[in-house]
Design a binder for this molecule. Structure first.
Ligand SMILES: Cc1ncc(COP(=O)(O)O)c(C=O)c1O
Length: 365
């Protein structure tokens, strides 16, 4: 049975108006609740007043340049491409890099964004088992032809389960293949994990040539649009080779202005990350205290599998004014074959809210 919708009646926040009443909100991907942050909202409003809603075609406006400049600073790269959505950012990256690899080795449970991206690439695609570096090594040994360069493609953080790709293990596996690439869809990791918030590659300590991320500014950063940080050469390849970029309008102005404000806030306030990680640790510890098997990671997505009927648990939480999301079995890219309850942690959740959730789950599971 599908979960009935939560109808939002206020800007997004850790506590917000849903279905006509105030609820603790543990859904979604706005890990700092920036989509409802007054500074971000004001930046969007001011940009609309200054530039209108958008150019209606390809054009330069300072607001887009600001997103690019702030992204370069945030990711410490020479350049960055700001594209229309996070969903298309892996497509943009893989098409731009197409001359650099001969075959794609992809985690079989990657997000739809990767599934759709690789359909546009005219190269062999070999799947390896979800988060299985050993199977990746076997697939490379079996399928890679002499002289071929592989590109390993995966989500950095998987959106339903919050699992991390074992990127350091992948890097070790491909070390024996000359010029091999790793490309991650890091939509849930950028702004969130890694000391500087640069995402799952930073968190895994995987850096250097041939290591690429494509991400979104629509989740942690509170705006909208995708980002592909990298060299000036990569960005030039995006401009000249990727038809989607050359042939489509950019994000609307307020979305770009919000993204810029989010990049600035997260970039200038590393304490926001520390607060988020502390909240994640608090919830994960609390759930472990209930006897649940919970991984010890800084990922703000906690996915519960329980013997209970999780729709009953979700509905009972809703009755206590706590909004959570149940993911149906295989209802989403990496969703397991059992239903799960997905909890999203924000930096703005209070300890009291986290305690209320833990206590309720202790009673309901
Ligand atoms: C792993 C992953 N990649 C890409 C996207 C798409 O991002 P956006 O909503 O910014 O287009 C999502 C979001 O839902 C996602 O979970």
């Amino acid at each position: 049975m599908a979960t009935p919708p939560y109808r939002m009646g206020s800007p997004l926040g850790a506590r917000m108006r849903i279905n006509g009443r105030d609820m603790d909100y543990f859904c979604g991907t706005s890990y700092y609740a920036l989509h409802g942050n007054p500074v971000v909202i004001e930046a969007a409003r001011a940009a609309v007043a200054a530039y209108g809603l958008g150019p209606g075609t390809l054009a330069h406006m300072p607001v887009y340049e600001e997103v690019v400049n702030l992204s370069r600073q945030f990711f410490e790269t020479e350049a960055a491409s700001y594209v229309v959505s996070g969903y298309v950012s892996p497509l943009v990256l893989l098409q731009a890099l197409t001359d650099d690899y001969d075959a794609i080795y992809v985690d079989a449970a990657s997000h739809y964004s990767i599934g759709d991206a690789i359909k546009t690439i005219d190269k062999p695609v070999i799947r390896f088992n979800h988060r299985d570096a050993g199977h990746l090594a076997e697939q490379l040994a079996t399928h890679l032809q002499p002289g071929q360069v592989p590109a390993v493609v995966s989500d950095g953080i998987f959106p339903s389960t919050g699992a991390l790709a074992p990127l350091a293990e992948y890097a070790a596996v491909i070390a024996r293949y000359d010029r091999a690439l790793i490309c991650v869809d890091d939509s849930h990791a950028v702004g969130v994990i890694g000391d500087k918030g640069q995402g799952s590659l930073e968190y895994a300590g995987v850096a250097g040539p041939g290591r690429y991320l494509a991400g979104t500014l629509s989740k942690a950063f509170g705006g909208s649009g995708g980002i592909v940080p990298g060299s000036a050469e990569l960005v030039e390849r995006v401009r000249t080779k990727v038809r989607l970029v050359a042939g489509a309008s950019p994000t609307p102005v307020p979305a770009a202005a919000a993204a810029a404000a989010g990049l600035k806030l997260i970039g200038e306030n590393p304490g926001m990350r520390r607060t988020l990680w502390a909240n994640v640790r608090y919830l994960r510890n609390g759930l472990r205290g209930l006897g649940l098997d919970i991984a010890d990671t800084p990922v703000p997505i906690v996915s519960l599998r329980a013997p209970s009927d999780l729709e009953r648990v979700r509905a009972a939480l809703e009755a206590r004014d706590i909004a959570t999301r149940r993911t149906e079995a295989r209802g989403y890219s990496d969703a397991p074959d059992v239903e799960t309850l997905r909890l999203a942690v924000f930096s703005t959740h209070s300890t009291e809210q986290l305690d209320r959730l833990i206590t309720a789950l202790g009673e309901l599971l």
